[in-house]
Design a protein around this ligand. Sequence first.
Ligand code: ADP
Ligand code: ZN
Length: 440
Amino acid sequence: MKVTENKIYNPEIECMDRDELKALQLSRLQETVKLCYERVPLYRQRMDALGVKPEDIKTLSDITKLPFTNKTDLRDEFPFGLLAADKKDIVRIQGSSGTTGKPIVSGYTANDVEVWTEMVARSLTAAGGGQDDIIQVTYGYGLFTGGLGAHQGATRIGAMTVPMSAGNTQRQLMMMHDLGATMLCCTPSYAIFLGESIREMGYDPKEFQLKSGCFGAEPWTEEMRNKIEELFDINAYNIYGLTEIAGPGVAYECPAKAGMHINEDHVIAEILDPETDEPLPYGARGELVFTTITKTGMPMIRYRTHDLCTLTEEKCSCGRTHVRMGRIMGRTDDMLVIRGVNVFPSQIETVLLRVAGVAPHYQLIVDRVNSTDTLEVQVELTEEMFSDTVADVERIRDEIKEGIKSVVGIAASIKLVPPKSIQRSEGKAKRTIDKRGLTN
Ligand code: ADP
Ligand code: ZN
């Protein structure tokens, strides 16, 4: 007996002609703006202040007439001030993990949970998932959207869903091994840790059935993807999302692994110059800004993500037509300014992981000594390298130093530390310790 219809890969929408897609976006945008204007005092005030009415949104580019929404607005209106729906229609609360400051919450109607579920289902399907899969969900369950988001999507595609939540590496591997999990969902940093623990815990990697994984919730690099794919012998796909918009699944990679398709039937993405707030053309790197167009609980108009990336409208080999976003280089709030130079941890990650003999575990320590900023890069050596000769260790240090100098443009001191000495994270990795006590 067939209980549910699995409508997940949806070519009618995912491969839609772009002009049709834009027409759909416009009508949904108009509805959303009307809803926000009528139901959310903050949006009404801001639109009135700018002299813009819902009827003024006649084309998609009219979106630039609308005011921005910031994380501070979610804090100021905490918890329910931005709801466009009645409280009785909210069926779920999720919160941000608070990577940057005080947590915020978002309220979801049944419609919003459904939309989000569909987005994750599409993502898992694009990563090769289906009814025959056993999906281990190792994102944390709770207010953080990772666990429940992946769970809902995995259930929707009819996979056998294993709600492990984060942590307890030994139990993770035991279940992955004994159940024969075929897909894994967790942060890329925890995936590395799990992969490295396979042999240590007495397993042979060949005994695992894993074929792919969807990794996200934190910035990572192509070099990190290569490591994960090698460690588990799988395909590693990028998945992106944020609590304010939905959670994981806002954008996801297809087998082309060339950027993440944004679910444009549910959100409109813009790229702005973070300093001037002016829209940037496709291809230019800037701040990603989202407007939700199907959300009814806490719709977001021009939400500033602080995430930096590029967008492309170029045709993808998979046939999907939705715009793709490149890897997140970092958040504007993660950006370190060291001796006047802008530095993102992801740039340093790229350098580190290209050097043979270092492990994908690192931390950046920023300090100020005699009024001068200092950057110390602590990175672990691999077990093999750790027991190797001094000459090689010197070579590694020089290679990293030169790499950072040429890629980032600053001098850093390099501290090679023993294997396993940098603290592991089960969720989002903490890459930076800034001891300067600067607010910015
Ligand atoms: P926060 O981390 O702000 O407490 P969330 O848990 O909602 O809140 O996380 C959303 C943020 O996580 C995004 O804005 C982005 O910075 C980061 N993120 C999510 N997915 C990815 C990804 N695939 N690559 C890089 N960064 C990501
Ligand atoms: Zn594609």
